[in-house]
Design a protein around this ligand. Structure first.
Ligand SMILES: *[C@@H]1O[C@H](CO)[C@@H](O)[C@H](O)[C@H]1NC(C)=O
Ligand SMILES: *[C@@H]1O[C@H](CO)[C@@H](O)[C@H](O)[C@H]1NC(C)=O
Ligand SMILES: *[C@@H]1O[C@H](CO)[C@@H](O)[C@H](O)[C@H]1NC(C)=O
Ligand SMILES: *[C@@H]1O[C@H](CO)[C@@H](O)[C@H](O)[C@H]1NC(C)=O
Ligand SMILES: *[C@@H]1O[C@H](CO)[C@@H](O)[C@H](O)[C@H]1NC(C)=O
Ligand SMILES: CC(=O)N[C@H]1CO[C@H](CO)[C@@H](O)[C@@H]1O
Length: 265
C-alpha cells in the first residue's frame, strides 16, 4: 500500500518521506509487540522512585501501562506528548519506537497505536512516524518524517471497537496529521482493556532490533479516557521494564499522574 493513497489532505502539513519503513518494521512491530516474561507484583523500588508502582519485566516493552479500565468501562482514548530524542550516530546500530496505544497487553488480539521510531544503521540516523491498527500484517507501510527535537503529541481515539482516529501533532509547528483507521479483521476488534505509553524494542527481520540508547524520553500530558468519560492518569499504571538475557535495559519512573520517563539504562 502506498502512503500517498492513505493520506487525507490535512496530512500535507507534515513533510512526507516516500521511504519505506525499515524492512520488516511494518510487518512485525505490532505482531511481536506483546510483552513477554511477566513477573508480576510490587517490586522493591530502586532509590529515586517515588511511587509504589507494580513493575513487570518484558522482552519488548518499557513504559507505563494501565492494565484495566474501571469496572464496566472501556478505554476509548489515550494521549501523550514527547520530544523525539536525538540519537548519537556513533554508538553502534540500534533502534526503538516510542508510541501511545490502546490494547495489546492483556488484550492481545488487537492494538491501535501510533508513534515514532528511531534507528541508527551504520551511523545513519532515521526517524519516522507510524501508526497501526493491528491484526496480522495489515497496516500502512510508509510514514511521516520527523526530526530529533520535534515535540509530538499522539492521540489515539477509538470511535468504536473497529474504528480509530490517530492524530499526530507537531507541537513545534502546531500542525496535525490525522488518519482514520479501521480494524483489518473481526479478529482484531478492540477491547479497550489497556492503555499504554511505551518505548519498544521492535522486531525486524524476525528478531529484536538491537536496542538503541535513546537517553531518556518523557511522555507528558499523558492520560486515557473511558467510555464513561472518566480521565485516568498514570498514578496507578504498571511500570514495564525491558529485560533481556537477565539484564534490565531500562529505567522507568512515573513522575506524576500525567508523566512517565523511560530511560535506557
Ligand atoms: C509507598 O508505600 C509505603 C508503604 O505502604 C507508603 O508509606 C508510601 O506512602 C507509599 N508511597 C507512595 C508514593 O504512594
Ligand atoms: C515540526 O515543526 C518544526 C517547527 O516548525 C519543524 O522544524 C519540523 O520540521 C516539524 N516537523 C515535522 C515532522 O513536520
Ligand atoms: C474520520 O472519522 C470521523 C469520526 O468518525 C469522521 O467524522 C470523519 O469524517 C472521518 N474522516 C474521514 C476522512 O473518513
Ligand atoms: C501540556 O499541557 C499543558 C496544558 O494544556 C500545556 O500548557 C503544555 O504546553 C503541554 N505540554 C506539552 C509539552 O505539550
Ligand atoms: C461522554 O461525553 C460525550 C461528549 O460530551 C457525550 O456525548 C456522551 O454522552 C458522554 N458519555 C457518557 C457515558 O457520559
Ligand atoms: C526478547 C523477547 O522477549 N522477545 C519477545 C517479544 O515479544 C514476542 C511476542 O510476545 C515474543 O515472541 C518474543 O519472545
Amino acid at each position: 500500500m502506498k502512503f500517498s493513497n492513505l493520506l487525507p489532505c490535512s496530512a500535507l502539513i507534515f513533510s512526507y518521506a516516500a521511504r519505506a519503513l525499515p524492512r520488516g518494521f511494518s510487518d512485525h512491530v505490532l505482531r511481536r509487540s506483546n510483552p513477554s516474561s511477566r513477573i508480576e507484583g510490587p517490586q522493591p523500588q530502586t532509590a529515586g522512585t517515588s511511587s509504589n508502582a507494580t513493575i513487570q519485566y518484558s522482552g519488548n516493552w518499557s513504559g507505563a501501562v494501565l492494565v484495566s479500565p474501571p469496572t464496566g468501562e472501556i478505554f476509548n482514548s489515550a494521549v501523550g506528548t514527547f520530544t523525539v530524542p536525538s540519537m548519537p550516530s556513533v554508538n553502534g546500530n540500534g533502534a526503538a519506537a516510542a508510541w501511545v496505544g490502546i490494547d495489546g497487553d492483556t488484550f492481545a488480539t488487537a492494538i491501535l497505536q501510533a508513534g515514532v521510531f528511531f534507528s541508527v544503521t551504520d551511523q545513519t540516523v532515521e526517524y519516522g512516524a507510524w501508526y497501526a491498527f493491528f491484526s496480522k500484517n495489515t497496516y500502512g507501510s510508509d510514514y511521516v518524517q520527523v526530526s530529533a527535537g520535534d515535540v509530538i503529541t499522539v492521540n489515539i481515539d477509538a470511535s468504536s471497537n473497529s474504528e480509530g482516529i490517530v492524530t499526530l501533532t507537531n507541537e513545534s509547528a502546531g500542525k496535525s496529521f490525522v488518519i482514520n483507521l479501521t480494524s483489518p479483521t473481526k479478529l482484531s476488534y478492540l477491547g479497550g482493556q489497556n492503555a499504554e505509553w511505551i518505548i519498544e524494542d521492535y522486531t525486524q527481520n524476525g528478531g529484536l532490533v538491537p536496542l538503541a540508547n535513546w537517553g531518556t524520553v518523557t511522555f507528558v500530558n499523558a492520560s486515557a479516557s473511558t467510555s464513561a468519560n472518566n480521565t485516568l492518569g498514570l498514578e496507578d499504571a504498571t511500570i514495564f521494564d525491558i529485560e533481556q538475557y537477565n539484564d534490565i535495559m531500562t529505567y522507568v519512573t512515573i513522575d506524576s499522574d500525567s508523566s512517565v520517563s523511560i530511560s535506557y539504562a
